[in-house]
Design a protein around this ligand. Structure first.
Ligand SMILES: [Zn+2]
Length: 585
């Protein structure tokens, strides 16, 4: 978005991540890595690691990770361009910006935002002063929005005329249309988009006005809410109402409250919960959460929890995993929206947020609350449903907490529940098996992971063995995430690129690998991968009673001996290659 690619590369190359990070964190050398207390979350023992050579960092506590640009983005709350500019200044590099088109794009955005700003102010003054806004002012007061609130949120009034705004602003057609402030009627005349509505201006995270949410006054025709359509400056799947005001508090609290309406956000703030934001007439998307994740690790959902319940669950878990985010649910009294509650019982609203339960807890409670716990059959059934819910959670420790809760409530031996939990979804458990040595924090010690480590940290030794025939090597990975990580490495020329092109799970794995260390010799890592793959193939063939060459059995022995390891690797690679060719035929 703006800076010439070469210059971004130059900035990356000129930047020493350790120097940058050291300005914020005291780092200690451990093996080849540097570790320290994470600047992004509170901790007493260091889980933040960085690798000076490849310029990547990763926190195993809060999950943040990336390169120097990411680090500066996160710690200084800058966007990508801002972060590169920040680093360039440190490195004394003069940046060049991409061609005119981008400059023009920026100018265009500026014109549209200026137009929106004028509209915000015009509508706002209208609400404060105009004669025709009397009923709107009355309504606003009845909803508990006093003058101070109206001014802070710049609430406005769109008069009930066809072209009052456009005549006042006198803007070119394209600006009126592209901002969504108006449209052209059949005779080509400019026409206001909002008429007879209370308007809540929507600002992006930087405070630029980009859209409006309009509410009709009670007793008037038309849909209750009418919001700006998406535009060149407004992407409703990303923008959250209120984040521009709330972001500081959200960072401090490490938590954001997500509600549904403009008045809910205002209600929360006046009830002493300044961290509320709202989606603007759309369902919550992963992009909304990506936006929030830059500011906080925890999101509290404060809308009708029943509706958010089970349908959304799978999505939330995926998001929690993908973004390393905790999703909790505020227990609001059903049928009451937060805006109303803020007025009637602000303490209750505060408590609902303070007592928000993790999303999993909320779902387990649903499973158990279903009135069936009175009979043995009912309890068994409820436990089954609860287990299905628990199984989806990625952390074994968390799962076990809930297992004990379910065991207690359903009067079932926890061991029995654990066994059931382990059986079908067992493969997931391997992912969070925690390795104990400092150099292998939170990585499963499997031959595949070792091979990936070797590829990243010892490419000179390992590439000639594993990168010559990448199709063959890929066929040796049985775990899909490992495979995705390998494919990303094989299809790019640097670790940075691989992290960029990989899907979220594999990219996260690559980041972890980048700051971890390989234990032992790189050649052993290759041997391990080849041995596992060959054994798998032998088992497969044995199952169909296909004879296996003696040389393969021999090589599977030889691969464990230092003297014969090299030739055994070659032998098995050749055999695996011929097997996969056979499979193609
Ligand atoms: Zn952290």
């Amino acid at each position: 978005m703006g800076i010439v690619d070469d210059d971004i590369v130059r900035v990356r190359e000129a930047t020493n991540l350790r120097d940058i990070v050291s300005q914020y964190v005291q780092l200690k050398r451990v093996g080849r890595r540097w570790v320290g207390l994470c600047p992004f979350h509170a901790e007493k023992t260091p889980s933040f690691g960085l690798n000076e050579e490849n310029g990547l960092f990763k926190c195993f506590g809060c999950g943040k990770g990336g390169d120097a640009i990411t680090f500066v983005r996160e710690i200084e709350h800058l966007d990508f361009v801002g972060s590169v500019e920040w680093l360039a200044t440190k490195a004394g590099i003069a940046l060049r910006y991409t061609e005119k088109r981008e400059d023009e794009g920026r100018k265009r955005r500026g014109r549209l935002v200026d137009a929106m700003e004028r509209a915000v102010e015009w509508y706002h003054q209208r609400l404060l002063n105009a004669d025709d806004a009397g009923p709107a002012r009355g309504y606003v007061r009845s909803r508990g929005l006093d003058g101070e609130i109206v001014r802070k949120y710049r609430v406005g009034w769109a008069p009930d005329g066809w072209d009052t705004l456009v005549r006042a602003l006198r803007l070119p057609d394209d600006v009126i249309v592209d901002t969504g402030l108006g449209f052209l009627n059949r005779r080509g005349g400019q026409t206001d988009a909002f008429r007879g509505r209370l308007l809540f201006p929507i600002f992006d995270v930087n405070g630029d006005p980009v859209a409006f949410g309009g509410r009709v006054l009670p007793g008037h025709d038309g849909p209750k809410y009418k919001n700006s359509a998406g535009s060149a400056i407004y992407d409703k799947s990303k923008v959250l109402y209120g984040l521009n005001w709330a972001k500081g508090e959200v960072v401090n609290a490490d938590e954001a409250v997500v509600c549904e309406g403009y008045t809910d956000v205002i209600g929360f703030a006046s009830a002493g919960v300044p961290t509320a934001v709202a989606t603007c007439g759309t369902a919550l998307t992963i992009d909304h959460l990506r936006t929030l994740r830059k500011f906080a690790r925890r999101v509290v959902l404060a809308f009708d929890a029943d509706a958010a319940g089970q349908d959304a669950a799978a999505r939330f878990y995926q998001w929690e995993r993908e973004l390393d985010l905790d999703v909790a649910v505020a227990a609001l009294p059903s049928g009451v929206d937060p805006g109303d509650l803020a007025q009637k019982d602000p303490a209750r609203l505060q408590a609902a947020v303070a007592e928000a339960v993790p999303f999993l807890g909320f779902r387990v409670e649903r499973a158990l609350a279903a009135d069936a716990l009175s009979s043995p059959e009912g309890r068994a059934k409820a436990a089954e449903v609860a287990l299905a819910v628990i199984r989806e959670h990625p952390s074994e420790l968390v799962r076990d907490q809930y297992v004990m809760q379910v065991a207690d409530r359903c009067r079932i031996d926890p061991e029995q529940l654990r066994a059931r939990l382990r059986s079908p979804g067992a493969q997931r458990v391997a992912v969070d098996r925690v390795a104990t040595t400092a150099s292998r924090v939170w990585l499963p010690e499997t031959p595949e992971v070792n091979a990936l480590l070797a590829l990243i940290h010892e490419p000179d030794v390992v590439d000639p063995l594993l990168m010559i025939d990448t199709t063959l090597t890929a066929s040796m990975f049985a775990d899909l995430k490992n495979l995705a990580a390998f494919n990303a490495l094989a299809s790019t020329s640097s670790l940075h690129e691989a992290i960029e092109v990989a899907d979220a799970g594999a990219s996260e794995l690559l980041l972890r690998l980048s700051v971890a260390e390989l234990d032992g010799e790189p050649e052993d890592a290759v041997a391990g991968l080849v041995r596992e793959a060959a054994r798998r193939e032998v088992r497969r063939l044995a199952a169909s009673e296909t004879p296996i060459p003696l040389s393969v059995h021999q090589a599977l022995n030889d691969i464990n001996e230092p003297n014969t390891k090299g030739s055994a690797i070659t032998e098995l690679l050749t055999w695996l290659g011929s097997q996969s060719e056979e499979a193609v035929r």
